[in-house]
Design a binder for this molecule. Structure first.
Ligand SMILES: *[C@@H]1O[C@H](CO)[C@@H](O)[C@H](O)[C@H]1NC(C)=O
Ligand SMILES: *[C@@H]1O[C@H](CO)[C@@H](O)[C@H](O)[C@H]1NC(C)=O
Ligand SMILES: *[C@@H]1O[C@H](CO)[C@@H](O)[C@H](O)[C@H]1NC(C)=O
Ligand SMILES: *[C@@H]1O[C@H](CO)[C@@H](O)[C@H](O)[C@H]1NC(C)=O
Ligand SMILES: *[C@@H]1O[C@H](CO)[C@@H](O)[C@H](O)[C@H]1NC(C)=O
Ligand SMILES: *[C@@H]1O[C@H](CO)[C@@H](O)[C@H](O)[C@H]1NC(C)=O
Ligand SMILES: *[C@@H]1O[C@H](CO)[C@@H](O)[C@H](O)[C@H]1NC(C)=O
Length: 510
């Protein structure tokens, strides 16, 4: 690719525009989450399904196809991209019967009660297990055939690739696929994807582009922060302005595909995210503040459906990496801290998705409450309520008969009040909104009528000896005063509120 714009190149660009547009028009883009399982206390399948449902997550990606999780999700309205682990590629790529058996055990029993949205065969195979490359495409074909034989050819089969297969990605117009992979692997892969209407799955990490860019990639650009036009990255060949690194990565993939004459395959971002903690010395940008900024802006970017500079009509769907911190992952300290939630289901930080067409109410982004999740397990809920009002020392006076939060007189609304009372009393500390998984954090004020929940902006609350005074200006320091007069002025809303489920209550995951 050079700077010359022959009519031919223009035509190609135009065709690419049309075809990717057609592929993208089918469904609105979604934000889903990856569920890695290197978690020491991973929720058991039923609790995990309840958690996903309570958080109103509609799309998840699994790295395998765990029957227990797939059956727990039946009827939950959650679409699942299932995976074939790299260590099964050899078996599935060398025998159509084995691939068919995999489909028969891992897909057919569950779909469509648990809608299987895609099969991701292997993960970053060119980098992680290059020796399996010759069999990878065969595994894709065998699985695809087995799905077709079961009339499920609508389930796309693809393989998540690392961004490293694309060379010279910045500026995007000069990108091309690693030549030593192109002919033997990528070209046939892309033709298969085009023939089967499957997406190119890519794991895209602006975080690493920034960290490894040695100053070439501005942090704000990696974080989707608006830049003055003069500071935006401009592709000298196309004059397109890149206000963020993720879009540039996606366009680099489109250009690399176009160089192989493939113009109809859309991109699906199977992983992207930002770590919230890491080694202070080597990973100083792995912070909750930046993780919140990246993921919040990412969600907004997808929901805005602005596409990319090269394909404004096509906004790739994304799976955030990842739902839970995977504390068992080896490697740099940050590896254990990519989760939106800690392993026990408590939020890792607050997502701010305000300002996107009223998705979040004005000043609720810094305010969180703890309520009963929509679970059916009454016994656990009752036990949690009893604990909160008993040993937990939550102030439950308002849910007694005759008091303002007695009505509606049902277990769930009483439990919500008690959970929130406990949560606010504990200063929203990590772990204080869990209750065996039957509680969830929300940014929606659960107060109703005369019933004002603890922490509501509708009043200054005094809970169990602690007065919590809140300022509602985003970014203003939170002042938490104990009756003893100790003030923790250093606490920011970020520290106190830790993440949310904010997204969740506004069903952005749809
Ligand atoms: C697939 O669909 C065709 C036509 O609708 C039908 O004849 C066939 O029995 C179906 N096969 C399976 C495995 O469901
Ligand atoms: C291209 O891919 C080959 C095979 O995976 C690898 O050995 C080589 O380092 C890659 N080239 C670049 C520039 O990354
Ligand atoms: C792409 O198309 C051009 C023009 O038809 C042709 O010269 C080139 O060989 C093709 N490349 C591939 C990888 O098919
Ligand atoms: C963050 O990572 C550092 C370095 O591994 C660790 O010492 C620290 O405990 C972690 N902090 C949290 C809140 O997990
Ligand atoms: C936000 O606040 C403004 C001014 O207080 C108000 O006019 C607007 O309706 C509010 N928007 C939402 C979504 O609550
Ligand atoms: C809450 O308390 C603060 C500090 O005492 C006060 O400035 C504020 O007006 C109070 N807000 C309400 C709604 O009572
Ligand atoms: C419990 O809450 C009620 C009503 O909000 C309040 O009047 C009472 O003082 C609280 N009790 C304690 C011990 O804080």
């Amino acid at each position: 690719m050079g700077a010359n714009h022959s009519p031919f190149v223009t035509l190609l660009v135009f065709l690419a525009f049309l075809t990717v547009a057609a592929a993208a028009r089918a469904e609105p883009p979604f934000v889903g989450v990856n569920i890695g399982t290197d978690v020491s206390n991973l929720l058991p399948p039923a609790d995990l399904a309840a958690f996903i449902k309570a958080q109103q997550i509609k799309h998840v990606r699994l790295y395998d196809a765990d029957p227990a999780i797939l059956s727990a999700l039946a009827g939950a309205g959650v679409s699942v991209a299932v995976g074939v682990p790299n260590n099964q590629l050899l078996a599935l790529g060398s025998s159509p019967a084995t691939a068919a058996a995999w489909v028969a055990r891992r897909v057919l029993p569950f779909h469509p009660d648990t809608p299987i949205s895609a099969v991701a065969v292997g993960d970053e195979v060119p980098a992680a297990l290059p020796s399996a490359l010759p069999l990878l495409l065969q595994a894709l074909r065998f699985i695809s055939s087995a799905l077709s034989a079961a009339n499920l050819s609508s389930i796309p089969v693809s393989t998540p690739l690392p961004f490293a297969v694309i060379l010279d990605p910045f500026p995007p117009s000069q990108a091309y696929f690693n030549q030593s992979l192109a002919n033997a692997f990528l070209l046939p892969l892309l033709r298969f994807l085009a023939d089967t209407a499957a997406p190119l799955m890519l794991n895209l990490y602006p975080y690493y582009a920034f960290m490894q860019g040695h100053g070439a990639v501005p942090l704000d650009n990696a974080l989707f922060k608006p830049l003055p036009p003069a500071l935006e990255e401009v592709d000298p060949n196309t004059l397109l302005h890149y206000s963020n690194v993720l879009d540039a990565m996606v366009d680099a993939a489109y250009v690399a595909m176009r160089n192989l004459n493939v113009t109809t395959v859309p991109v699906l971002i199977t992983e992207t995210g930002w770590p919230a903690n890491g080694s202070r010395r080597d990973e100083p940008y792995a912070t909750r503040e930046l993780a919140s900024t990246y993921n919040s802006n990412l969600i907004r970017h997808v929901l805005d459906r602005a596409g990319t500079p090269l394909h404004p009509e096509a906004t790739p769907s994304v799976y955030i990496y990842e739902l839970f911190d995977e504390d068992l992952r080896p490697g740099p300290a940050s590896e254990a801290s990519w989760g939106l939630f800690h392993g026990n289901g408590t939020p890792a930080y607050l997502l701010r998705v305000a300002g996107t067409g009223g998705l979040l109410a004005n000043d609720t982004t810094d305010r969180t409450y703890c309520v009963a999740a929509e679970v059916t397990d009454r016994r656990t809920l009752q036990a949690a309520l009893d604990w909160a009002c008993g040993p937990g020392l939550a102030n439950c006076s308002e849910i007694q008969p005759g008091q303002s939060c007695y009505a509606p007189n049902n277990l769930r609304s009483h439990a919500s009040y008690a959970f929130d009372s406990y949560y606010q009393k504990e200063g929203k500390a990590a772990g204080s909104c869990y209750f065996q998984g039957v509680a969830m954090v929300t940014t929606t004020d659960p107060s109703h009528g005369d019933c004002i929940f603890p922490g509501s902006k509708r009043m200054n609350v005094t809970v169990a000896g602690m007065s919590v005074i809140q300022t509602s200006k985003a970014g203003a320091p939170f002042t938490l005063r104990l009756r003893t007069g100790i003030a923790h002025d250093q606490m920011t809303p970020m520290i106190l509120n830790i993440l949310v489920a904010s997204i969740l209550s506004w069903s952005i995951w749809s």
